[in-house]
Design a protein around this ligand. Structure first.
Ligand code: KIV
Ligand code: ZN
Length: 514
């Protein structure tokens, strides 16, 4: 019988900590449902004490998302732990508190400014309190990679004794090498007297590009939970990528003989969902989910693959959900076909939601003959909150041509009132952005503007991501349309809608001109 590895996903917590990757509550819920459908064992839904928004997101996920354990992060402070306990409560016996404190000399001296004995005491108090408030407790020794091994053994033994049933060993700064990290896990399991009472977990950052290799070395050494994120999102260079760990174990099952509960055929769609929501593109040569991961360019490779796929393919594209049952929908497809296709993609739609998505599907099908899975994911994520948003695009006309000055005229509804503006620009997108921005405050500084064609063909939908900054706050917006100027305007408006205190400029409704 092969062993079982628990997959702990932290896309919604560590992943969301990546600059510019913040998600709103509806977006987090959508990702959480997709993670549960993917089969992750534990979803770290956020850091409830960090903000009321984080608390609410964790609380909603704990209430609505079934089948996975839901956890919330907390520092080793009573207030954090109490907030986490409250937030995860609706998950009942699937609720877990994840509490942590740093154990490396540099963190204890420079950051916490407390002695090692006090760290042990705080860790034990935190676990004891958490254990009294939740059915399951995970303890993390932050910066365990750079911690003194004797001290780490002491902290781990004490926290297991206090009731932690999952002990997480993070390589917080991505400093470890695989051999070294694997040995660290082995030593802990061998030397800590009560290690058999806990599952050992690892959480590796990718600063040296070793996060997946370190995680796999830890698994070989006995770790049975891995913390990871979709597309490797996370602080700085990111966390270990879920898809790389899971596919390594599956593809090399002859070597590892360890199973996960992940339905790997859902990997591609969740990767796209997270990329669309966060506005963080996936690099084309990224393992497993990059656009080129299964593309064979060199003639000699193509020849080999045509003769026998395994010459250059160690796993099938279908095994990660690429090209499986590539049923193309079109304008004659009905609601049932749409619903069933979304179910295959890991999203279940019913009632009003299905009705709204079906209406958007029909609008797109009028403009575009073949609707691919990528299009479906986009219409699901791009427009689903439009009804709740304060700024809405009512109309947009843009004109440009060789030698002409590009001009755009927009009509926006802001809090139910109609505003109009026209502007000239360096191109039609620039003109549209100027016209839109002339109507609102704050305008935000444009940090990122990126355009992708979602599928092939000149009738492909363009998907635009806009990232805006207003003071400390960063907001992403996505927009998609077969018209790239309209897609850009939608993306800008989606980002503006997320900026705090967004309002119409002091203008008369029906104002026209910049
Ligand atoms: O990287 C880290 O150490 C963490 C812990 C809070 C688990 O994210
Ligand atoms: Zn981390």
């Amino acid at each position: 019988m092969s062993d079982r590895l628990y997959i702990f996903d932290t896309t919604l917590r560590d992943g969301e900590q990546s600059p510019g990757c913040s998600m709103n509550i509806e977006e987090k819920l959508r990702v959480a449902h997709a993670l549960a459908a993917l089969g992750v064992d534990v979803i770290e839904a956020g850091f409830p004490a960090a903000s009321p928004g984080d608390f609410e997101a964790v609380n909603r996920i704990a209430r609505d998302v079934k089948d996975s354990i839901i956890t919330g992060l907390s520092r080793a402070h009573p207030k954090d732990i109490e907030a986490a306990a409250q937030a995860i409560k609706p998950a009942g016996d699937r609720a877990r508190i994840h509490t942590f404190i740093a154990t490396s000399p540099i963190h204890m001296q420079a950051k916490l400014r407390i002695q090692p004995d006090e760290v042990v005491q705080r860790a034990v108090e935190a676990v004891t309190l958490a254990r009294s408030l939740a059915p399951e407790v995970e303890f993390s020794a932050e910066d365990a990679g750079r911690s003194d091994i004797d001290f780490l053994c002491r902290v781990v033994e004490a926290t297991i004794k206090a009731g932690a049933r999952i002990i997480n060993i993070p390589d917080t700064v991505g400093y470890m090498t695989p051999f070294e990290f694997g040995n660290r896990i082995k030593t802990l399991i061998e030397r800590v007297p009560n290690s058999d009472q806990a599952i050992f977990s690892v959480h590796c950052h990718n600063d040296l590009g070793l996060a997946v290799a370190n995680s796999l070395a830890a698994v070989e050494a006995g770790a049975r939970q891995v913390e990871c994120t979709i597309n490797g999102l996370g602080e700085r260079a990111g966390n270990a990528a879920l898809e790389e760990i899971v596919m390594s174990l599956k593809t090399r099952s002859d070597y590892y003989d360890i199973e996960t509960g992940i339905d790997t055929t859902k990997i591609m769609s969740i990767s796209k969902l997270v990329s669309q929501i966060t506005g963080m593109p996936v690099q084309p040569n990224k393992a497993i989910v990059g656009a080129n991961a299964f593309a064979h360019e060199a003639g000699i490779h193509q020849d080999g693959v045509l003769k026998q796929k395994q010459t250059y393919e160690i796993m099938t594209p279908e095994s990660v959900g690429l090209n499986t049952n590539r049923m193309v929908l079109g304008k004659h497809s009905g609601r049932a076909a749409l619903k069933s296709r979304y179910e295959t993609l890991g999203t279940s739609l019913d009632g009003e939601e299905l009705k709204a998505v079906f209406a958007r599907f029909k609008t797109l099908a009028d403009k575009k003959k073949d609707i691919f899975d990528e299009d479906l994911m986009t219409i699901l994520s791009a427009d689903s909150e439009v009804d709740m948003e304060r700024i809405k695009l009512v109309s947009l006309h843009a004109a440009s041509g060789m030698g002409d000055t590009p001009v755009a005229a927009v009509e926006l509804s802001i809090d139910g009132e109609l505003f109009k503006a026209t502007a000239e620009g360096d191109g039609p997108v620039d003109a549209a952005f100027k016209a839109i921005k002339s109507l609102v405050e704050p305008k935000g500084k444009l940090l990122l503007y990126s355009v992708n064609a979602i599928t092939a063909g000149t009738d492909a939908q363009g998907e635009v991501t806009v990232r805006l900054q207003n003071e400390e706050f960063i907001a992403n917006g996505q927009g998609s349309d077969t018209d790239i100027v309209v897609a850009s305007a939608k993306a800008l408006i989606a980002a503006l809608n997320k900026l705090p205190n967004m309002h119409a400029r002091e203008l008369h409704p029906q104002y026209s001109g910049v």
